[in-house]
Write a protein that binds this ligand. Structure first.
Ligand SMILES: [Zn+2]
Length: 131
C-alpha cells in the first residue's frame, strides 16, 4: 500500500460536544440549586434536582450515541474500494471508495488509451482470517 495516509477525520462534531457540555453544566447548576434550597423546605428544590438528574441522564445518553457512531464510522470507512475498468484495453484501477461512486458510472479517461473508464465494482475489503 503506497497511498498517502490521510489524517483521521474528527467525527465528533464540535456542536455535539458543546451540547453535551452545556447540558452537563446546566444539570450541575440545577443540582446545586436543589441542594442549596433543600433545607429551606422550598418545593422548587425537588424540581431543581429532578432537572439536574434528567439533564445528566440526557448528556450521558448523547455521549454514548456520539461514541457509538464514531466507532462504527471508523470501522466501516476505510474498507470500501472501487474498481475502475477500461472497456477498451482492459486497464484496471483500484482506489478507495469516494462519495458519489456507483457501478457503471463513467470516470476519468484511461491513462493508456484515453477512452472513458467505468466503475465495474464497489466492494468492501474484508481481511479474512486464514484457517
Ligand atoms: Zn484503456
Amino acid at each position: 500500500m503506497t497511498d498517502k495516509a490521510e489524517p483521521p477525520k474528527a467525527n465528533i462534531s464540535l456542536f455535539s460536544v458543546v451540547m453535551v457540555l452545556i447540558t452537563v453544566v446546566l444539570s450541575v447548576i440545577a443540582l446545586f440549586m436543589g441542594f442549596a434550597t433543600y433545607k429551606s423546605q422550598d418545593p422548587s428544590a425537588q424540581i431543581y434536582m429532578l432537572i439536574g438528574f434528567i439533564g445528566l441522564a440526557i448528556s450521558a445518553y448523547l455521549l454514548l450515541q456520539t461514541k457509538r457512531r464514531t466507532l462504527r464510522e471508523a470501522f466501516e470507512m476505510p474498507q470500501v474500494v472501487t474498481t475502475i475498468l477500461c472497456q477498451k484495453c482492459g486497464f484496471k484501477n483500484i482506489r478507495d471508495f469516494e462519495r458519489g461512486d456507483y457501478i457503471f458510472k463513467e470516470t476519468e479517461p484511461c491513462p493508456k488509451c484515453s477512452d472513458n473508464m467505468m466503475i465495474t465494482s464497489i466492494y468492501r475489503e474484508v481481511k479474512e482470517k486464514e484457517k
